[in-house]
Ligand binder design. Structure first.
Ligand code: AHG
Ligand code: MN
Ligand code: MN
Length: 364
């Protein structure tokens, strides 16, 4: 394909910016810095064992544990570092927050501070790194509070606790057979494929739309004994197939890289669930609100899909902590709405006493 027939990410951003004649180009420069971090991570991931980057971080010292209580991989740490290095100098950011850092990252002096916040999961799907299965990076762009912009003060955790609906942009990079960047700046969703020889992301999938219906679902079924009744009902109905309430057969997938599941769903529909369950009552879910659920939620909604906790739209949740976990359901609109309806409807239990789904948790 001759180059002139393809739009580059830079060109796409410039054309998008023309909708806002007063913008100064900071936002575009920020997205290009994020894209550069993703290209650097793609290169490191592609080297695999040759780059000496498989395995746990600081394995010789017994391994490093992040704020999530999870073992960090070498590539988790490197990816986090690349995001920071590529984004701390440009003057577009007031601060950053990441899965791999306990607290907000302050833009070091003398670098100028800008008006945006960058929140990211530098490498999603860590358990797949060493086995050469797709991983990715997820990012969310928020606006810094005005007083922080005016004063240039250090950021607090509180400054990041904004509902997903306020995101200025969100996206992810997927390091699969090809590297792709998927982006929304609040005007639909477009996907770009990395031309590795040119080092450019080229627009290959403009205006993506998630099909409203699907016959494919994704959930980690090893947790089924901990599920709440609405999720159990939904999955049971999918498994019953043609002969059950749904009257059609379903297919199932589980990659264990949420970013890869999101990409499949964006391309051909489907529903993903990592719901709140009763495995560990101290955790409201497995995935994290600010740098997993919200950016993927914005992408889904911008592509005509839906993202939810099961009980309320994901993007309306008021965050309470930087690393807060949450139940997440997203994908084809009609399926997500059905799951939300199951959470609202009373469930039938053994003795035929109708109870609301949530309350059944407390009885057996
Ligand atoms: P991360 O690697 O950033 O910690 O996230 C991994 C997440 C997500 O990508 C995936 O859907 C989920 O963990 C897989 O969890 P299970 O191992 O419980 O299936
Ligand atoms: Mn993740
Ligand atoms: Mn991660």
């Amino acid at each position: 394909m001759p180059l002139r027939h393809r739009t580059t990410l830079t060109q796409y951003l410039i054309e998008e910016r023309r909708r806002f004649p007063n913008s100064k180009g900071n936002f575009n420069a920020l997205i290009l810095d994020v894209a550069l971090a993703c290209k650097a991570i793609a290169r490191a991931v592609a080297m695999g064992e040759l780059g000496g980057l498989y395995g746990d971080h600081a394995a010789e010292a017994g391994g490093a544990i992040n704020v999530q209580g999870e073992t960090q991989k070498k590539l988790d740490v490197l990816s986090n570092d690349l995001f920071i290095r590529m984004n701390e100098w440009g003057g577009h950011l007031a601060g950053m927050a990441s899965e791999e850092m306990d607290h907000p990252y302050q833009i070091p002096k003398p670098n100028p501070r800008g008006k945006y916040l960058l929140v990211f999961d530098p490498l999603d799907g860590s358990s797949n790194i060493d086995v050469n299965v797709s991983v990715g990076s997820i990012f969310s762009v928020l606006r810094a509070p005005q007083d922080a912009i005016d004063s240039g003060r250090d950021l607090t955790e509180q400054d990041f606790l904004q509902p997903g609906a306020t995101q200025a942009a969100a996206g992810y990079a997927l390091y699969g057979p090809t590297t792709m960047l998927v982006l929304t700046v609040g005007n639909g969703v477009s996907a770009f494929t990395l031309d590795p020889n040119l080092g450019e992301f080229m627009l290959t999938h403009p205006r993506l739309k998630v099909p409203e219906d699907t016959q494919e679902f994704a959930i980690n079924a090893s947790n089924s004994r901990f599920w709440e009744p609405p999720i159990k009902r939904y999955v049971d109905e999918c498994l019953a197939g043609k002969s059950g309430a749904r009257g059609k057969d379903f297919n199932m997938r589980w990659i264990a890289s949420m970013v890869a599941e999101a990409h499949r769903i964006l391309m051909r529909g489907g529903v993903f669930m990592y719901p709140k369950d009763n495995k560990d009552p101290s955790k409201a879910g497995r995935l994290r609100l600010l740098y997993e659920a919200n950016p993927i939620g914005m992408i889904m909604e911008q592509a005509g899909g839906r993202a939810s906790t099961g009980r309320e739209p994901m993007l309306s949740v008021k965050p309470s902590g930087l690393h807060q976990r949450i139940g997440l359901v997203f994908g084809s609109k009609n399926e997500v709405e059905r799951i939300e309806r199951y959470h609202r409807e009373p469930v039938e239990i053994e003795n035929n006493t109708p109870l609301f789904a949530e309350r059944t948790l407390f009885r057996d």
